[in-house]
Ligand binder design. Sequence first.
Ligand SMILES: Cc1cc2nc3c(=O)[nH]c(=O)nc-3n(C[C@H](O)[C@H](O)[C@H](O)COP(=O)(O)OP(=O)(O)OC[C@H]3O[C@@H](n4cnc5c(N)ncnc54)[C@H](O)[C@@H]3O)c2cc1C
Length: 424
Amino acid sequence: MQPQTHTNSYYAATVNDVTDFAPLLGENSADVCVIGAGFTGISTALHLAERGYNVHVVEANKVGWGASGRNGGQMIGGIAGEENIAKHHGRDVEDVFGELRWAGHKIIRECVQKYRIECDLKFGYLDVAIKKRHLRDLEADYERLLKADFPHEFRLLSKSETQEAIGTDAYVGALLNMGNGHLHPLKMCVGEARAAVSLGTTVYERSPVLHIEHSGRPRVVTQQGSVTADAVVIAGNAYHDLDRKLRGVMFPVHSFIIATEPLSEDIVSTINPMDLAVCDPNFVLQYFRLSADKRLLFGGRINYFGDDPEIIKNNLRRKMLKIYPQLANIGIDYAWGGTIGVPITRVPQLGRVSPNVFYCQGYSGHGVNVTHLMGKILADAVAGTLEQFDLFADVKPFTVPGAHWLSKPMVALGMLYYQMRDRL
Ligand SMILES: Cc1cc2nc3c(=O)[nH]c(=O)nc-3n(C[C@H](O)[C@H](O)[C@H](O)COP(=O)(O)OP(=O)(O)OC[C@H]3O[C@@H](n4cnc5c(N)ncnc54)[C@H](O)[C@@H]3O)c2cc1C
């Protein structure tokens, strides 16, 4: 496994702080060793560092190299699979998940303020409805927010109000939620890594972990060094192959994003004057928002498993123009993709592979929020408080033998099925 630089994304091109942490060399010792410097790993490290733990983070490539530095930057509320978790525990979903649905947002907001992280954080989010049946779901979400006394502005928008908010007649209505939002994910991830380092954490880049020696004090081994720690956290999500048990329980699904050239003020004032992040309700969904320099970042899935920017551009541009035909003459400056971990049960997977080796993975495209909640839950677990950890860990993952290695045909078939369902 050769270390790689960032993918050629809008985020990598505009990140305000380019990291260059030294690789792991020689024998090292720590309280906790975290594998993977995405949101899960870095958030866990930061929570632990704030509590005084000596943490070493070992990253194969660069901080934020994986999904965390490539995603849509949409801060979505909720946790995929929450009904399954509540059902498993025989509890009411609202009782269990009421506040947890937005706990990650709170962590992000506080972290940005506390460590002064410049990551273009904005609040304002639109769940749009393509069909009448989606409106019923949005109405139910609205009622839920009402009941929960949600502390931020939220309201249902009619078709014409939706068109006014985002300059397209593609949707029949929407739910505006000013508690959700968006950010530059790579700036956020690097900012959090710097915060952890300021509290004594050591970060190694260009250091792929080859294996873990499981024992009383597990040892994390790379080509040129090792870290022996009281506890290890595996945070490689859809990108690692460190333990076979963690592979067949999740499909690695690819998602892609294009970034237009910066748009004129005139266009911005018609297509997104409130600077909202927008997401549709399909399983094979589309999502879009403006960047800080007013590009349209438009994301979605295409039936493709490679990373050729021209193929990504051509496919996603067609989808973007269905929503915004007025952008036909606008250039596309960046096109990239990344891998999302989608558990077969949709429930984020928390657990241990041995007594002191924890893992967390599989957020089904809702990771910006949920990784930050999981960082806290993993830090609690390492410190011995397991209540929230067990909430997730007790729901055993469903395994499909070969799900990882046969992922391309399986994912293609799965997507075909969901595309057909989305059309109903
Ligand atoms: C294109 C795209 C768009 C998305 N859009 C959104 C969105 O808008 N909103 C949202 O909430 N979620 C979104 N997601 C999902 C979200 O990005 C992820 O759920 C989240 O970033 C996962 O974070 P993570 O830290 O668990 O994994 P990652 O960020 O993937 O980090 C894993 C890290 O582990 C490292 N690693 C792997 N193996 C090893 C090893 N052997 N040794 C050392 N290091 C290793 C990798 O290099 C990587 O840096 C999107 C994902 C993609 C791909």
